[in-house]
Design a protein around this ligand. Structure first.
Ligand code: BES
Ligand code: MN
Ligand code: ZN
Length: 498
């Protein structure tokens, strides 16, 4: 059975469930728990595993060659760690991912993944497949000269001996994988390809036929609504700005939705407060918040989540030109509050404040969570392992923190509060868009908080350090991590689906 019809962004790994291994198998992989040597291994393999210090620890892979059905076959063992680990599901996921990382460009084309070992539950078996799927994503579309031995060879995984419940769990997990892949894809695309209008087009394609409702505001519509802050950021670019909203009604009709709002700056030069050249290319992923929201929403929609959700993305390009806004300009936001733009590079909060206000006016959401690559200071504070979360509501913050722990899209809470307000009071307008150097991530969050209506639970996730990685991780190649899509899916699944 072919489990995976071609994905809109191209073909990755194909997964097939089979009741028995295909004929003439040359490559079999299986999972092994820590310190649990399989008793059907031949003596040479047992010695070899010991010599290679393979102990079944999470992510370890040991390979040997042995006769299998009369053919010499490559046999790989992937470690899943301890059976009773709290992080069992993620460990198994990492084992599946480690197999793909090792063999994706090995020359092997087909892998038989035998999941009839390691005491896996159906959910755990699906987690192994999920890890394999996530780790197989890569973006080679623009490489026309990739050496033959660097190209992807492994394109099919034949799952055998899957425990009961694997396929049900996989049906759900594969929808989430599609969401993560969509996030990675959007984050990876360069800014000459991905700009506000093409971001919208990608979403229209991804969500076509799903039942999700898409609304797009163009510049005249936003002007009419008074979104002076968002439009001010985009006015120095030849690319027109957009506000994109995707609605999913999977819950009780009339129930207030959960709103996810994303910063979608498709390129951030800094504007007139121009950034220095080194590393500026990173700012193609300054739409990582919108990417997370789009991918998370795709996961929810593809698995038909039983909840009402809206995803709102503020899409602009921040460029310097003769029409660009200047430091010192005062803009009027849709909320009516005025902002003194002291630094045109603090543009994310200008985009989000209008997107957040519009979201509240349009949907009266039960709660709002925004995602944004908002401040370099976030990377100084937390590095690349955790994103920061700021919230006016302890319950909402805890829901996000827990979803982060279980998915690996980890968060760490930082404070906000009225004590920080004086740092962003402006002498000429209601608020200024930058504070002093200290607490740069907090004052950015505090700025956003001024656009949240009293009584609305709200959380802001500053993901500047987590959407891109210079080295490969357990479930991603180097580059886009896909951060956020799983978090969004899990946060809804664990709290808002009955
Ligand atoms: N997009 C950047 C933040 C950023 C920097 C994300 C590095 C990822 C890596 C944001 O728009 C920005 O430029 N923020 C400024 C704010 C400052 C001017 C108050 C920053 O962090 O320097
Ligand atoms: Mn900026
Ligand atoms: Zn930015």
């Amino acid at each position: 059975m072919r489990l995976r019809p071609g994905f809109i962004m191209g073909e990755y790994m194909q997964f097939h469930f089979a009741s028995a291994a295909p004929n003439q198998v040359r490559f079999v992989a299986r999972l092994v728990n820590q310190n649990d040597t399989p008793d059907d291994l031949d003596a040479a393999a047992v010695d070899g595993a010991k010599a290679a210090r393979f102990a079944g620890r999470t992510g370890q892979v040991f390979e040997h060659f042995a006769m299998n059905d009369g053919l010499l076959a490559r046999i790989a063992l992937a470690g899943t760690g301890e059976v009773d680990a709290d992080t069992r599901l993620r460990n198994v996921e990492r084992a599946g991912a480690a197999l793909v990382a090792k063999y994706i460009a090995s020359g092997e084309t087909d892998m038989v993944l035998d999941l009839g070992h390691a005491d896996l539950s159906g959910e755990e078996a699906a987690a192994a497949i999920f890890g394999a799927r996530l780790r197989s994503w890569r973006f080679d579309e623009y490489r026309t000269k990739l050496a033959a031995d660097k190209r992807v060879s492994l394109t099919a995984i034949h799952v055998i001996n899957a425990p009961a419940g694997t396929q049900e769990a996989w049906a759900r997990a594969s929808a989430v994988a599609e969401g993560v892949e969509f996030t990675k894809h959007l984050v990876t695309l360069p800014a000459n390809i991905l700009y506000p209008e093409s971001f919208v087009a990608k979403c229209e394609e991804a969500f076509a036929g799903t039942g999700a409702k898409i609304t797009v505001l163009d510049e005249p519509a936003m002007e009419k609504l008074g979104m002076g802050a968002l439009l001010g950021v985009g006015q120095g670019s030849v690319r027109a700005s957009r506000l994109l909203a995707i609605e999913w009604q999977g819950g009780v009709e009339g129930d207030a939705p959960t709103a996810f709002v994303g910063k979608g700056v498709t390129f951030d030069t800094g504007g007139i407060s121009l950034k220095p050249p080194p590393g500026m290319e990173d700012m193609k992923w300054d739409m990582g918040g919108a990417g997370a929201v789009a991918g998370g929403m795709l996961a929810l929609v593809k698995r038909k989540a039983k909840a009402n959700i809206v995803a709102i993305m503020g899409l602009v390009e921040n460029m310097p030109d003769g029409n660009a806004q200047r430091p010192g300009d005062v803009v009027t936001t849709m909320s009516g509050q005025t902002v003194e733009v002291l630094n045109t590079d603090a543009e994310g909060r200008l985009v989000l404040c209008d997107a957040l206000h519009w979201t509240q006016e349009t949907y009266s959401p039960a709660r709002i969570v925004d995602f944004a690559t908002l401040t370099g200071a976030m990377i100084i504070a937390l590095g690349h392992d955790h994103a920061g979360v700021f919230s006016n509501d302890d319950a909402l913050a805890d829901q996000l923190l827990r979803a982060g722990t279980s998915t690996g899209d980890k968060l760490w809470r930082l404070p906000i509060g009225p004590a920080y307000d004086k740092l962003i009071d402006s002498p000429i307008a209601d608020i200024k868009n930058v504070g002093p150097r200290p607490a740069g991530s907090i004052t950015a969050a505090q700025f956003l908080g001024r656009f949240i209506k009293k009584g609305t639970p709200w959380a802001h996730c500053d993901i500047a350090g987590t959407v891109w990685s210079d080295k490969p991780g357990p479930t991603h190649e180097k580059g886009a991590t896909g951060w956020g899509a799983r978090l969004i899916d899990r946060m809804i699944a664990d709290n808002f689906e009955g």
